[in-house]
Design a binder for this molecule. Structure first.
Ligand code: FES
Ligand code: FE2
Length: 371
């Protein structure tokens, strides 16, 4: 999206994309401290429902408690460390029972029963709750923070983190939307390349001729230009209603979306790993999961109004097919970037005015990393 660059800006040095040491520093300075989008609230709709996450080599149980609150625990028994849960998703019947010696944890993480431990000198169940992680829900999205619950390191609440988008979450009624489709992609690229690629459309006429037909590559502007959340709207071309293979929508606008917003698609990158795309009639989420310095998984979700999903003949395949194509086009150039940046010949290159969000992204990254 075009904006004059405040000053000449260049891409990040190669080590940011290729060095194990830099990746380890990112884990400490970014991923252990940030709010990470991990699931939709609907994924753990009722008490006992859970999803299992694999994040930075840690297995995490995210579940719905008896009190309706979302909680997250390391998937590690407090007896002898066994994994408590092996299924990716499911439902705990009131408690989590370890498959090894059957220590039993309540859904709030407290140790409810430990077989034959009553006579052990000094043993108290109160001393062995599951190790918890901070969790907050907002707009139907569950965010997790590796920093311990109530830790001083988690300065902002998730609502502070998302404050710049609060009105967007309301207007598009994110809390009320439901997922109609999802897809996952393995991408041989550093997680930042995926977010950076998302944040500019300089590449669009070259890489995405189909996208450019629906929304002109240079129609963007930015309304969040500094900090953790960056982006803004692009305009739909006159003949088109939404981003889909046909350009037709045929669905009611979400929430209270009207007027100019019916002609726009908003694209935001939420540092570090969530990409949020707000269309008049649906919302797309990309969740980037780093698997290593040069590999990522991207989980893509398409959310619609429940009434649209329930309507006879609902078929999101025009939307999904369009973004499947666009996603794969993007992953390919991300992989080309990763491969080239790993060369000894790579040096930082200059950003164009259409890549101003990348300069802002890099500023934020450098600040957080203290580079
Ligand atoms: S390791 Fe879980 S009960 Fe023994
Ligand atoms: Fe793209």
């Amino acid at each position: 999206m075009n904006r004059a660059l405040a000053a000449a800006a260049s891409t990040l040095p190669g080590h940011c994309y290729t060095s194990e040491a830099t990746y380890a520093r990112e884990r400490e300075r970014i991923f252990d401290r940030s709010w990470l989008y991990v699931a939709r609230s609907e994924d753990i709709a009722d008490a006992g429902a859970f999803v299992l996450l694999d994040s930075f080599g840690e297995s995490i149980i995210v579940l719905r408690g008896d009190d309706g609150a979302a909680r997250a625990f390391y998937n590690v028994c407090r007896h002898r460390g066994a994994r408590l849960c092996e299924r990716e998703t499911g439902h705990f019947a009131g408690a989590i029972v370890c498959p090894y010696h059957a220590w039993t944890f309540a859904l709030d993480g407290s140790l409810a029963a430990a077989r034959n431990m009553a006579g052990v000198p000094g043993f108290s169940k109160d001393d062995y709750p599951l190790e918890a992680l901070a969790v907050e829900e907002y707009g139907g999205c569950i965010f997790l923070n590796f920093a311990a619950e109530a830790s001083a390191r988690v300065a902002p609440r998730v609502t502070d983190y998302l404050a710049p988008l609060a009105r967007k979450f309301e207007r598009w009624n994110l809390a009320g939307l439901r997922r109609a489709r999802r897809a996952s992609y393995a991408v041989a690229a550093n997680w930042k390349l995926i977010a950076q690629n998302y944040s500019e459309c300089y590449h669009c006429p070259v890489v995405h001729p189909q996208l450019d037909e629906l929304s002109a590559w240079d129609s963007g502007s930015n309304d969040l230009e500094h900090g953790a959340i960056l982006g803004g709207p692009m305009r739909l071309r006159d003949a088109h209603e939404t981003m889909s293979t046909s350009g037709a929508g045929g669905r009611a606008p979400l929430g209270t979306v009207d007027a100019d917003d019916l002609r726009r698609v908003y694209y935001y990158s939420l540092f570090p790993t969530l990409l949020l795309s707000l269309h008049p009639d649906y919302v797309m989420l990309h969740r980037i999961v780093p698997l290593g310095v040069a590999n990522s998984i991207v989980h893509c979700e398409w959310l619609f109004a429940p009434e649209a999903i329930a309507a006879p003949g609902f078929d999101p395949s025009d939307v999904v097919a369009f973004w499947e194509l666009t996603n794969r086009q993007d992953w390919h150039v991300c992989e080309l970037s990763q491969s080239g940046i790993a060369s000894r010949a790579y040096k930082p290159g200059p950003y164009s005015g259409y890549e101003s969000m990348l300069a802002a992204y890099d500023d934020h990254y450098r600040a957080v990393m203290e580079l």
